[in-house]
Design a protein around this ligand. Structure first.
Ligand code: HEC
Length: 139
């Protein structure tokens, strides 16, 4: 009897310990996470959005911008951050996602500094790409 009861208790414990399977995020949740990553953490707008004295002009978010700063030593340098809204020109969705995970452009080259070489995990890269693709191209 004792063995039966402890077996029963064990069964109940195992049944209760089953994790609730998380449901896959919706498209809106993925875009919202991408927005949080882009505007709250990685700061793509600091370079790819025209700058004002009060910060990036978010009415022109990720429309591309000339950088307001330059290195004081000779080095490879990208002086213009290209437009990204709607997706960067010449990238398929998968190429953009791979770029965010590796820093490698579709032609196999790397973007010049100060463009960071991001090493996002796949979920973050997909969220960032989904958010950027959702932005309207206004220029
Ligand atoms: C510190 C400034 C800076 C930040 C922050 C930054 N970028 Fe860039 N990015 C640049 C510059 C400058 C270039 C152009 C590099 C070149 O000309 O070689 C560039 C290039 C790129 C390119 C390559 C476009 C092409 O022609 O192949 C993509 C895509 C890109 N950035 C996406 C992003 C995303 C997405 C973020 C945020 C997750 C981001 N960048 C953050 C400055 C920045």
């Amino acid at each position: 009897m004792g063995r039966f009861i402890s077996g029963f208790v064990l069964l109940v414990l195992v049944a209760c310990a089953q994790p609730v399977a998380p449901s896959a995020p919706t498209a809106e949740e993925i875009v919202a996470r991408g927005q949080y990553l882009v505007t709250g953490l990685v700061g793509c707008n600091d370079c790819h959005t025209p700058m004002t004295p009060n910060g990036p002009d978010m009415t022109r978010a990720l429309q591309g911008a000339s950088l307001g700063f330059a290195p004081t030593v000779e080095m490879p340098w990208g002086a213009v951050a290209p437009p990204l809204a709607g997706g960067p020109a010449g990238y398929s969705d998968e190429q953009f996602i791979a770029f965010l995970q590796t820093g490698v452009r579709p032609d196999g080259s790397m973007a010049r500094p100060p463009m960071p070489q991001f090493r996002m995990d796949e979920d973050d890269a997909r969220a960032v790409a989904a958010y950027i693709k959702s932005l309207p191209q206004t220029q």
